[in-house]
Write a protein that binds this ligand. Structure first.
Ligand code: ADE
Ligand code: ZN
Length: 326
């Protein structure tokens, strides 16, 4: 369709992507087989059937189970390379991707194995596709702050290739305040800061992410519209939100795409951006997220362009590189 062609033609930046969430069932079975790991699903079809979620936690349980197949540097390379090839075909030219080291180090896969595999694929995509990238290490919020500190420590030999830290996993009951000290220590190491907030959790968690963690972007942030003072703050301080519409529908953060808050956010002057979160589980990479959102909300071409421009504005590209894209 015309809309699909327009979206394909727009150079895009993806700022909210969990690399473990790009693990397609076919690749998962292939890697599990070569690692002689038995997945808790008999076939690709039965695995795909399990992809029906009522909330974030039901998804996370399956997402962590799938990641068990990843053991060797080559596995992390193959995972990342598959994602980069896919988004290159969708005209994505800049990515800032999350990885969850604790999902792997808790299974005794060493931190250097994880990051080296991911980084080699990013470098290959940079030279072969011209895709620029940043890497964000995300702390798992269902674990303790002490464990996050251990992860920070493990990351230090790789500081030169890590751009920032994030906070993901089970939001409810794990407020940003739990990670105040490790975020401060991460900033002291030179890392930029982001956090998931206001996906399932209340707008109070977004305030905490801003005031206590001092993040420069909010991942999701859907719930900010509950609070006018918070909206004012996001607009005045130009704090971007990295929204993930297909994810929100899949995890029942919203009941249907027509209810997605992105157009209202744009109208209020928030730097709203669109991304895929965990595309292998939610059935949409970048173009599908743009398309489904634009269709359901009747976004204008200007609004679609604005979303793409916002992502470059919100990115951690330097001023020169940004200028070229905006
Ligand atoms: N980890 C992967 N995807 C996530 C999401 N949507 N929310 C929180 N943690 C996640
Ligand atoms: Zn996410």
């Amino acid at each position: 369709s015309e809309l699909k062609n327009i979206i394909q033609g727009i150079p895009k930046a993806e700022l909210h992507l969990h690399i473990e969430g790009s693990f397609e069932p076919e690749l998962m079975f292939k890697i599990a087989q070569r690692n002689q790991i038995t997945l808790p699903y008999k076939s690709i079809a039965s695995l795909k059937k399990a992809y029906k979620f009522n909330n974030l936690q039901e998804f996370l349980d399956i997402y962590y189970a799938g990641a068990q197949a990843l053991l060797h540097e080559q596995d992390f390379f193959d995972l990342t390379w598959a994602y980069l090839k896919k988004v290159h075909s969708q005209n994505v030219i800049h990515v800032e991707l999350f990885f969850d080291p604790q999902t792997h180090t808790d299974r005794r896969v060493p931190f250097p194995i994880v990051i080296t595999g991911i980084h080699k694929a990013l470098e290959k995509a940079k030279s072969e596709f011209g895709i620029s990238y940043k890497l964000i290490m995300s702390y798992l919020r269902h674990l303790s702050e002490e464990e996050a500190f251990k992860t920070l420590e493990s990351s230090l030999p790789f500081k030169h290739i890590i751009d920032g830290v994030g906070l993901d996993s089970s939001e409810l009951g794990n407020p940003p305040s739990k990670f105040q000290r490790v975020f401060k220590a991460s900033a002291q190491q030179g890392y930029q800061l982001v956090a998931h907030a206001g996906e399932e959790g209340p707008s109070a968690y977004i305030w905490e992410a801003l005031d206590l963690l001092k993040v420069v972007r909010i991942d999701h942030g859907n719930r900010c519209l509950d609070d006018d003072a918070l909206v004012k703050r996001l607009v005045e301080e130009k704090i971007p939100l990295t929204l993930c519409p297909t994810s929100n529908v899949a995890l029942k953060v919203i009941q249907k795409m027509e209810e997605h808050p992105v157009s209202e956010m744009l109208k209020k002057g928030i730097i709203a951006t669109i991304h895929s979160d965990d595309p292998a589980y939610f059935g949409g990479y970048m173009n599908e997220n743009y398309y489904e959102t634009a269709k359901a909300l009747h976004l204008t071409l200007d609004q679609i362009q604005q979303l793409a421009v916002n992502a470059f504005k919100a990115s951690w590209l330097n001023a020169d590189a940004k200028q070229k894209r905006i």
